[in-house]
Design a protein around this ligand. Structure first.
Ligand SMILES: CC(C)(COP(=O)(O)OP(=O)(O)OC[C@H]1O[C@@H](n2cnc3c(N)ncnc32)[C@H](O)[C@@H]1OP(=O)(O)O)[C@@H](O)C(=O)NCCC(=O)NCCS
Length: 189
């Protein structure tokens, strides 16, 4: 049966109130090692304090009094001093020069997380949340990182207009390959 999904725009307070559910969806979608979960929770809580923080919840409203959170996406305005922003911007600057780095990261919505519970994947929920989070933003660009593999996420980002800024990118202390992608706002597709 087709699920009835609604999206809701939420700020940092409601996001933090729902952090346990958010982490459950993250865990079901990403299957991270258990010992990484407390660190991930701390990172998400910290992200909620960043400027321009916005979270989109996708809600299964078939039971209107107790809607289930089926997915979430959140982002914020990237600024110097934020770990991801500094690392990725510096690397793009090294590879492509300061003008390119400033163009993509000088006024950017940073899409930090997007996850849909496996029960709700491949039904257009992710696509809807990306459009929703980018709609009405004042930034020039949206930027993100994702595993540099042929995943549903990679397919979806390309489909809504993101292009690769860097591939084969390895974060400090990490070993997996990531792609750094960016799109001009407003999204055109
Ligand atoms: C990535 C994710 C958020 C997408 O949300 P979703 O609701 O499943 O996505 P949508 O239904 O809106 O769109 C998925 C698209 O990917 C395609 N797709 C699905 N599985 C795919 C795969 N393994 N490889 C390539 N494309 C795939 C679908 O066909 C669809 O494309 P289409 O609309 O052109 O047909 C969701 O699948 C998810 O949470 N995955 C696990 C966690 C994750 O990887 N998060 C992103 C981290 S950067």
């Amino acid at each position: 049966m087709r699920k009835v999904i609604e999206t809701r725009r939420t700020g940092p307070e409601e996001f933090v109130e729902n952090l346990e559910t958010v982490l459950d969806i993250y865990t079901a979608a990403m299957r991270p090692p258990h010992d990484q979960l407390s660190g991930r929770l701390a990172i998400m809580r910290n992200h909620a304090s960043y400027p321009g923080f916005l979270c989109i919840f996708a809600l299964d409203v078939e039971t209107p009094n107790a809607p289930l959170i089926a997915g979430f996406a959140y982002g914020f305005h990237g600024t110097p001093g934020q770990w991801w922003h500094d690392v990725v911007r510096r690397s793009l600057q090294d590879r492509a020069g300061p003008r390119v780095a400033e163009d993509w990261f000088g006024d950017a919505l940073e899409l930090a997380e997007i996850h849909v519970h496996p029960n709700y994947q491949s039904k257009g929920v992710g696509r809807r949340m990306i459009h929703e989070i980018c709609a009405g933003r004042h930034e020039r660009t949206a930027v993100l990182s994702t595993h540099d593999e042929p995943t549903a996420a990679r397919h979806l980002y390309r489909a809504v207009g993101f292009m690769d800024l860097m591939t084969g990118f390895v974060f400090p202390g990490g070993y997996e390959n990531y792609a750094i992608a960016g799109a001009r706002l407003p999204l055109s597709t």
